[in-house]
Design a protein around this ligand. Structure first.
Ligand SMILES: Cc1ncc(COP(=O)(O)O)c(C=O)c1O
Ligand SMILES: N[C@@H](CCOP(=O)(O)O)C(=O)O
Length: 399
């Protein structure tokens, strides 16, 4: 069953519907599961390990073995900040971002519904993931990208996996409005996170975190927020495991936005439930360059209900955190992902995060998604001849 998050109107799971016909709010899939947590033992480490919680037809699964991503303890960074820090490395998914979790379940639903064309608007990662999963499923794929604002790696993925790529003169929010209209006119099945089945896949990040911690919740989960689906999904997953009795506590959900694209952090500051959309969002972290997040209600609920927090970080803070994570811990992430680390640093400094807290930062996409930003932040290679004496000189000079 699908339910409106606001007026609680109910819809059949066979209906292709994205928002409530009665009040216009976003929808969520209601799952009712009664299995013991031991059920998941000895299963392959993909999100389908938790298949009882995935409300789709098991015989139609479209998968690239997404999920089961690394959960790295960051001793050095954690010590510097005075917290017990873990990083959930979502860049290790098949196309290099957490979107694959959502796409696997969303594409399975598409197969169940028998659609022939799927589509999305994207700042890059959704399109890369959708293109790969559509190829796997054998469906036509249309993606709308804001012209000139998509990182190179993501664009290459969408094109190479065979999506029909449309470059829109406008920003992500405008592209999403346009593709949503196409979906409402039934030209394609929309697989942005406004589709509640996308979030069913992404909730598995929450499942894996508490499972990794021995069926315990961390004190806090911090993640970057753009269209606001992921924070909502992780909270849904945590809540479902809590309701199932697998865990007894829940984390403070903490959403970080870029300063130039921060409607949710702005609403949080005012203790409000409604956002004021940002007309011209701007940030170097193109993945979260979003002014009107479709899941803002779900995200703000997650933050308020969990006694969580929301904060902004500057582009400079994002780039510094990206470099620090790469150099101190060997974890390469794209700029948007580093917003979680930048946010943690700011919240420690401001005394919002307590010393000794157990914190999980979700880093959402791989470094190679945005090679240009990485190269610009690095020192150029030194040109030399293949000469041992010259090499030795350089080694000694740089020691
Ligand atoms: C790498 C990356 N991080 C974070 C986000 C933000 O996630 P959400 O839109 O679910 O808030 C996105 C896309 O939106 C992304 O591509
Ligand atoms: N960063 C996203 C923006 C779209 O988000 P979605 O989760 O609603 O698909 C992207 O990668 O395109």
């Amino acid at each position: 069953m699908i339910e409106c998050v606001s007026c609680k109107a109910k819809y059949d799971s066979d209906e292709i519907i994205y928002t409530c016909e009665k009040c216009g709010a976003v929808l969520e899939v209601v799952v009712d599961v009664d299995v013991s947590k031991e059920t998941f033992d000895c299963r392959k480490d993909t999100l389908w390990k938790y298949k009882e919680f995935m409300p789709v037809d098991e015989s139609k699964i479209v998968s690239l073995d997404e999920g089961g991503t690394p959960f790295c303890k960051c001793e050095k960074l954690g010590k510097d900040l005075g917290v017990e820090l873990y990083v959930k490395v979502e860049g290790s998914n098949p196309t290099g971002s957490f979107k694959d979790r959502g796409m696997s379940v969303g594409m399975t639903k598409a197969m169940e519904l028998g659609v022939d064309t799927v589509g999305c608007a994207s700042t890059g990662n959704t399109s890369a993931s959708l293109a790969a999963y559509a190829a796997r499923a054998g469906l036509r794929c249309i993606v709308l990208l804001p012209s000139g604002k998509v990182a190179l790696g993501k664009l290459a993925q969408a094109m190479f996996h065979g999506a029909e790529v449309l470059s829109v003169n406008g920003n992500f929010d405008e592209a999403l409005d346009a593709v949503t209209q196409l979906a409402l006119e039934k030209h394609l099945y929309l697989l942005n996170s406004i589709n509640p089945y996308r979030l069913e896949g992404q909730k598995s990040i929450g499942f894996e975190i508490v499972h990794e911690l021995g069926w315990n919740s961390p004190d806090r989960i911090i993640l970057p927020v753009g269209n606001a689906g992921n924070i909502s999904a992780i909270w849904k997953g945590i809540t479902e495991f809590h309701n199932a009795g697998y865990i007894s506590n829940k984390p403070m959900m903490t959403g970080i936005q870029a300063e130039g694209a921060s409607p949710i952090a702005d609403a949080f500051r005012k203790n409000a439930m409604d956002i004021i959309p940002v007309k011209n969002p701007e940030t170097i972290a193109t993945a979260i360059r979003i002014g009107a997040p479709v899941s803002s209600i779900k995200a703000l609920r997650a933050i308020y209900d969990s006694n969580g927090y929301s904060e902004t970080v500057t582009d400079d803070e994002i780039l510094a955190a990206q470099l620090e994570l790469a150099r101190k811990e060997g974890i390469g992430v794209e700029p948007a992902s580093a917003a979680s680390i930048a946010g943690l640093k700011k919240l420690v400094n401001d005394g919002i995060v307590d010393k000794g807290e157990q914190v999980v930062c979700v880093v959402t996409g791989h470094l190679l998604k945005d090679p240009n930003t990485a190269i610009e932040a690095s020192t150029e290679p030194i040109e030399i001849e293949a000469d041992v004496e010259q090499l030795k000189n350089i080694l000694l000079k740089n020691k």
